[in-house]
Design a binder for this molecule. Structure first.
Ligand code: MN
Length: 285
């Protein structure tokens, strides 16, 4: 099943070729700061609960009303995976991989949705796109083994891990507002038997910049969950970005960036330099 959240906090679901409004089926009518999808995840909902009979009476949402928001706008954390594809490690001239670096955290306030704008913070510092497969945790996970890790996934979605190439810690360079586009559709885990066999592509202005299979991940999805849960408790709704393949490059004002993950979906966002300032004018410089 594919689920998404619109700007007006409606929970929408794909029903055949149509999109329907399922907000009324979300716990508490989908109200609450986490939005309707997070409420569903917290309730331990399973896709089989929404049979064709349950979805049949729901109203169709016209395509023009599908203005997206991050499907999970306020997770307790967004976890990132540095240097998790060997060819990307090589292009970054890095000597370490995720095995040495471990995971990092991004501010949850950096999340935006499909159709939104990435806002470049600096006029004179390179800012890169990193197209990534993302997953949403469905069940609390702590010290989870590789073999049971996938049981803790709610679903998969498209993401970008936008990054300023400057000297600060990753958590700073990747946490600017708008730096984590996510969505629009979350494909539930029951439809993705093997997240380690998905084609991932990223285009800028229609030019293919990244193309790889998640087969090439150093820490695959089960290993990432096992590792992250050995450090911190993963809570329902938490987002894990699995890392980016080779081909990262700069984005500039007016660009359009698209990420597509096989069987998961496709997301497109714009890029704006409105309000960007020179790096040496940042506070404290
Ligand atoms: Mn990344």
């Amino acid at each position: 099943m594919r689920l998404g959240v619109t700007k007006n906090d409606r929970l929408v679901v794909q029903r055949g070729d149509e999109v329907v409004d399922a907000t009324e089926l979300a716990p508490g009518g989908g109200r609450g700061t986490g939005g309707p999808l997070h409420a569903l995840v917290d309730a331990g909902w399973e896709p089989r609960e929404w049979s064709a009979d349950v979805l049949a009476p729901l109203p169709v949402v016209p395509a023009a009303e599908l203005v997206w928001k991050s499907p999970i706008p306020r997770p307790t954390k967004v976890i990132g995976a540095p240097a998790n594809y060997r060819e990307h490690v090589a292009e970054m001239a890095a000597t370490s991989t995720i095995a040495e670096w471990g995971v990092f955290l991004k501010a949850t306030s950096s999340l935006i949705g499909d159709g939104d704008l990435i806002k470049l913070p600096y006029t004179d510092k390179r800012t890169d796109h990193e197209g990534e497969l993302a997953l949403i945790i469905g069940k609390t996970a702590r010290h989870v083994g590789v073999g049971e890790a996938l049981d803790h996934v709610f679903g998969y979605t498209c993401s970008l891990d936008i990054t300023v190439r400057s000297s600060e810690d990753r958590s700073t360079r990747k946490s600017f507002d708008t730096f984590t586009p996510l969505g629009p559709w979350v494909t539930t885990a029951d439809e993705i038997a093997d997240p380690g066999d998905l084609e991932l592509r990223c285009w800028v202005n229609g030019e293919l910049r990244q193309s790889a299979s998640t087969k090439e991940l150093i820490f695959g999805v089960p290993e990432l969950i096992a590792y992250a849960s050995s450090v911190m408790t993963l809570l329902p709704g938490d987002v894990i970005l699995t890392g980016t393949p080779a081909g990262v490059g700069p984005i500039v004002d007016g660009d359009e960036v698209t990420v597509e993950v096989e069987r998961v979906g496709s997301m497109t966002v714009g890029v704006s330099a409105l309000g960007a300032t020179p790096y040496d004018k940042r506070p404290g410089a």
